[in-house]
Design a protein around this ligand. Structure first.
Ligand SMILES: [Zn+2]
Length: 74
């Protein structure tokens, strides 16, 4: 009989521990979602390049200064 009581106490302890863990996990850690890089399409060759590497032109964005020159004829 003593063993049964001990087992019940043990189960209660595990239950409380699990419940506490679940409550403490209420705020899930932020996923590794990094901000998606804005990709822009080169008006000349159609290649997609990251926004910070793109060359801005009058008619749009380009992958390189050469393509901006080719595309805009400047
Ligand atoms: Zn290009």
């Amino acid at each position: 009989m003593k063993l049964l009581v001990l087992l019940l106490v043990l189960l209660a302890g595990v239950w409380l521990w699990k419940r506490g863990r679940r409550l403490s996990q209420k705020a899930p850690p932020p996923r590794g979602e990094r901000a998606a890089l804005p990709m822009v399409r080169c008006q000349q060759c159609g290649m997609h390049v990251p926004g910070h590497e793109a060359v801005a032109g009058r008619l749009g964005s380009y992958c390189s200064a050469e393509h901006r020159r080719d595309g805009e004829g400047a």
